[in-house]
Structures are given as structure tokens and as C-alpha cells.
Design a protein around this ligand. Structure first.
Ligand code: NAP
Length: 440
């Protein structure tokens, strides 16, 4: 058995928001962290794109580099910490580092969810650790909870608010009646949303996180393309008000994974939930995740889902774990990902058309006789039962919103019915559909 390592050396790729947060955290809590690892933790090299860029954190001269080979070919570097983001060259850097038997810590949900099999297989082949707590829900240790804490359970469902930007926008629309555009600008001003917030708004960021969480939870490889994804950009303040005032419900962007028989539902979309739902109080940039297992019951995880401090906290916990394993000469000996063994109980991913839900449907129609009966007839023909109808009075001649809430119906039937209804001459805009929590 080789001697225990007294210094664990880290090569970092990326020194932006999160990278500088990790550096600061290590400086601030160094003695605590090193006492937990049992060895010194040393950041040896940091790769960036631009050496001349002004940064809040100053590092010793010569530490920054723009050349990945300075990390890859340094035999003293034990752990590569990837905080650069994106798909490429990140994927290539990760694979190359693992082939050189360097352990990996990453916060990158995009590259993991897209190249999962290749990355995990390479880690196994080369017997290296790969840890990624910060890739899902920033500072909340939900990956470890699912992977380890709940490992003995058949996980039945995951319901999560996993994107802080959209949650912040929806809250501003709900509480301050800001328009979607105004709320988005506020999120950008607060540094929550990127200059290009597309991946947050269109639900893809949440889908990346759901792909990782559900792959771990269900021991079944879930790809991003398996997930039905819908963003929040069609929701208006008026819809939110309607839902709140008339039905006591709030809108959240939900990431849902749920077992139904031998199928798994995986979807991301705006969802109406009752105001007393556990996740209804998850506001602003906070994230919340409910995970239900067959023995443990329902568990809840809550906290800041982004920002350099919470994310650095999650990254550092991975570094402590891997650092300790390197120190004890057991790094790479125990794989932390076992979901490549496909779960025999889950035969397939459920088609979106087959899911069942209650629906909030907002029709924009001309105020004229026969409109309601025509809509109701088409819904009835598609096996959709109406639970309630609300029409607010408007000036004569204007288009009026009519909201119908349905009982549980099949998605395919609802989509077929809406296609027909949207083609009716008195329908002025494409009908808005928001799925409602099943409330079980
Ligand atoms: P960021 O502020 O944009 O920083 C990215 C860093 O990577 C910068 O230092 C940049 O160099 C460097 N970089 C980018 N492309 C590069 C290239 N081709 N070669 C070399 N260096 C390159 O990003 P971040 O917010 O810290 O996010 C980092 C990762 O953490 C991402 O995967 C993100 O999804 C994940 N994450 C972030 C948060 C959060 O709250 N921000 C939360 C959870 C997870 P320069 O500085 O020279 O430009």
C-alpha cells in the first residue's frame, strides 16, 4: 500500500463565477476542509480563456494558464475540477483527463446529461472518481441524497423546481404583477439569468438536471431527448391571476419524473399547484425537490439552486470526498454511478401523449352565442370532462378569455381536441394549456 498523500493537487478549468467562489471558499475554510480530507488541498493550475481579464480574486503569478496541457500533463495533479461549462471542448478535456487517471469534479449539467454514457464508462474503465453534486440544484445536496441516502428505495417520483431563474420570474409575475418581459429583465439585473437566458426560459436547463436526477434515481438512463420540455414564455400575468383568484393555485416550472406501472414519465413544463402544496412556497431563486421512495416516503430538499457561494459549497463537498479518497489511496475503487445497469422494472419512457393530467385551458374567443357549447362538444367528443368554466366579463365585441378546468384526461385526447378548437372561426389565439398537479 503506497503512503497516504499529504498534498492533494487540483487543476481547475474555468475561473468565472463558480471557480472564483470555490477558490474563496478554500481560502476561507481551509483548515476545516483540510482537517476533513486529512491532507493539504492545493489548487495548482487554473485554465482560463483570457489571461488579461480583470477578476475579483487574485491568484499567485503563474497559476493561470490558457493551455489545457499544463493541467493534463502535470503528473502531480490528482483532481481536475471542471467549472468552464458547455459541451466542447469540455467533453474532450474530461475524457482526456480521465484517461490520464485524474479524478473529476464538475458542475456541468449540460455535458453530463448529453454525454453521460461516454463519460461514466471512461471513469469506470480508468478507475477514476467522478463527482457532480453542483450540476443539479447548486448548493442543495440532492444528488448525494438520491444516490446514497435513498439508495435502498424504489423511487416512485421526483417533483422539482430546479431552475431558479424561471422561479424568480414566475414569482415576480405572481406577486408584483410584472409582465414576463419585465420579470426577465429583473432576473438579468440580479445576475440570475444569463445575457442569453434561452436555456432557462425554454425549460432545457431543467431538463438537463432532470436527466441526471432521474438517471440516478431510477437506475435507468434518461436522455435529455426522452424528456418532454415546455418553457414558461407563454404564461401571462392574467393567467397567473386567474389561476390564483379562481382556483387558489400558483404556477411553477416543474421537473417531473414518476413511475407509472412499468413506465417512467419524464417531463418539464409549467404546472399549476395548490397554494398549500409543499413546493408552492419555494420562491425566487430557491429550488425545491420532493423525492418519494417506497420505504422512506416523501422527502424534501430546499435551498439556493445557483450563485457562486452555494455552488462552491457543493463543489467543495465533492472535492473533500475525492480528496479524502485520494489521501486514503481508494479513489476510483468504488463507482458512485450504478445506473448503467438498466432497471428491469422500468420497461420504457412513457410517451407524452399517454400521460394523464388535469388541464387548465384558456381559450381566447369572440364573445358570441354558441361558443361555449361548441367547445364543450369537442371536449366531450374527446373524452374530456369539464370540472369548471369561468368567463370574465369584457367589453362587448372584444375577444374574451374563457377558462375551462378539466378532470383528469389523456394528453393525446386534449391535444387532438385543441387542434380542432383552435381551428374554429371564433377562436382568436392559440389556446393556452397548463397542466395541473395531480394532487396525490
Ligand atoms: P462563467 O462565470 O462563465 O465562467 C466560465 C469560466 O470558464 C471562465 O473563467 C472562462 O474563462 C472559462 N472558459 C470558458 N470557455 C473556455 C475555454 N474554451 N477555454 C478555457 N477556459 C474557458 O461560468 P460559471 O457561472 O462559473 O459556471 C461554470 C459551470 O458551473 C457551468 O457548467 C455552469 O453550468 C455550472 N453551474 C453554475 C452555477 C452558477 O450559479 N453560476 C450553478 C450551478 C452550476 P475567462 O474567465 O477567461 O473568460
Amino acid at each position: 500500500m503506497p503512503d497516504n498523500k499529504s498534498v492533494i493537487q487540483i487543476g481547475m478549468i474555468g475561473f468565472g463565477n463558480v471557480g472564483q467562489g470555490v477558490y474563496r471558499l478554500l481560502e476561507k475554510n481551509r483548515s476545516l476542509i483540510e482537517s476533513k480530507v486529512g491532507a493539504q488541498m492545493r489548487i495548482k493550475r487554473i485554465m482560463v480563456r483570457d489571461l488579461t481579464k480583470a477578476r475579483e480574486v487574485t491568484v499567485p503569478e503563474g497559476m493561470l494558464t490558457t493551455n489545457f496541457d499544463d493541467i493534463l500533463n502535470d503528473p502531480e495533479i490528482d483532481i481536475v475540477l471542471e467549472l468552464m461549462g458547455g459541451y466542447e471542448p469540455t467533453r474532450s478535456y474530461l475524457l482526456a483527463a480521465m484517461k490520464k487517471e485524474k479524478h473529476i469534479v464538475t458542475a456541468n449539467k449540460a455535458v453530463l446529461s448529453m454525454h453521460w454514457d461516454e463519460i461514466i464508462q471512461t471513469a469506470r474503465q480508468h478507475k477514476v472518481d467522478i463527482y457532480f453534486e453542483a450540476a443539479v440544484c447548486g448548493g442543495i445536496p440532492v444528488v448525494q441524497a438520491i444516490n446514497d441516502g435513498l439508495a435502498a428505495n424504489n423511487i416512485m417520483s421526483i417533483y422539482g423546481i430546479v431552475n431558479g431563474t424561471t422561479n424568480f420570474i414566475l414569482q415576480k409575475m405572481t406577486e408584483e404583477k410584472k409582465s414576463y418581459k419585465e420579470a426577465l429583465q429583473m432576473a438579468q439585473k440580479k445576475g440570475l439569468a444569463e445575457a442569453d437566458p434561452t436555456l432557462d426560459i425554454n425549460g432545457m436547463d431543467a431538463a438537463h438536471k432532470l436527466a441526471i436526477l432521474s438517471s440516478l434515481a431510477f437506475s435507468k438512463r434518461v436522455k435529455v431527448e426522452d424528456i418532454y420540455v415546455e418553457g414558461i414564455d407563454r404564461i401571462t400575468v392574467q393567467d397567473i391571476e386567474f389561476a390564483k383568484e379562481e382556483f387558489g393555485m400558483v404556477v411553477k416550472l416543474f421537473a417531473i419524473a414518476e413511475v407509472e406501472g412499468d413506465e417512467l414519465e419524464v417531463r418539464v413544463h409549467p404546472t399549476l399547484i395548490p397554494q398549500d402544496h409543499l413546493l408552492a412556497k419555494v420562491d425566487g431563486e430557491y429550488n425545491g425537490v420532493l423525492v418519494t421512495g417506497d420505504f422512506v416516503g416523501t422527502t424534501m430538499y430546499y435551498g439556493l439552486g445557483a450563485g457562486n457561494k452555494p455552488t462552491a459549497s457543493a463543489v467543495m463537498s465533492d472535492l473533500i470526498y475525492v480528496g479524502r479518497s485520494v489521501h486514503d489511496n481508494v479513489a476510483g475503487e468504488i463507482s458512485n454511478c450504478w445506473f448503467l445497469n438498466d432497471n428491469p422494472q422500468i420497461k420504457r419512457i412513457k410517451k407524452m401523449g399517454d400521460i394523464k393530467s388535469r388541464y387548465f385551458l384558456k381559450f381566447s374567443v369572440l364573445d358570441q352565442a354558441g361558443v361555449l357549447s361548441a367547445i364543450s362538444r369537442i371536449l366531450g367528443e374527446h373524452r374530456i370532462s369539464i370540472a369548471s368554466v369561468i368567463q370574465k366579463e369584457q367589453k362587448k365585441g372584444d375577444k374574451v378569455p374563457v377558462v375551462i378546468v378539466t378532470y383528469e384526461a389523456k394528453e393525446e385526447d386534449v391535444q387532438e381536441a385543441l387542434k380542432k378548437i383552435n381551428g374554429l372561426p371564433f377562436v382568436q389565439e392559440e389556446t393556452l394549456l397548463i397542466r395541473m398537479d395531480r394532487g396525490e
